[in-house]
Design a protein around this ligand. Sequence first.
Ligand SMILES: [Zn+2]
Length: 256
Amino acid sequence: MEGLFSAGPGCAGQESAAITHCHLPPATRQVAEHLSERNSTLNCGRRVIGSMKTETQDHPYGKAVAKLIEEFGNLPGIGRKSAERLANHVLSSSSAEANALADAIREVKISVKRCSMCFNLTEDTLCRICRDSRRDQQVVCVVEQPKDVVALESSGAYSGLYHVLGGRIAPLDGVGPEDLTIQQLVHRVRKQGITELVMATNPTLEGDGTALFITNLLQNDNVRITRLARGIASGSVLEFANREMLADALKGRQQF
Ligand SMILES: [Zn+2]
């Protein structure tokens, strides 16, 4: 299957499905030629993943391979060629290696759950951060997703706790405050003596809107609400900063 699909003419930069098949057996070649004809009529501007399902339904290697390619193609950032490459890898792996991958996926879905306090991902009732008594129990950093906790922890500069909202308020996507863990956050602030909330939602319209919504909910509570500094990234140069970054950097200037 390696080399079955390569970029077709006029589709530069996309994982299109033009086919080179001189090395294939006759029966497979027929199917490959058929696919090649169909693919040549595909609109190159169309999203390729959208067409993957149709394309893989009659894959020369059979339905099982087609299904595997389709599943890999559903992963974020994986296009048609990458899905084919991953499927090839699984096909060429030993049964033990392939089963280890399947078991790891199955295991993570069984054992990983939400922390009962901060809603970070964990295999226990409380996550490792919530269990750590050396951390500042009165400062809580509010983030959208568990991956944001990982990013902030990698800085090594924060020693408080977290609260994972599970997303951001996005009316256009049908996500309201009740879909997030905002009420649980308000409850934590009022019951656990939290003195500071650090808003670390993404600096987008929806992320800022979510932070503002929470700030309004807690305006009469005795908690200091801060947000992450924003502006020019360390190591970058002014020339490449956009208007919003420069405006934020000027507003947030500090004593030298
Ligand atoms: Zn936790």
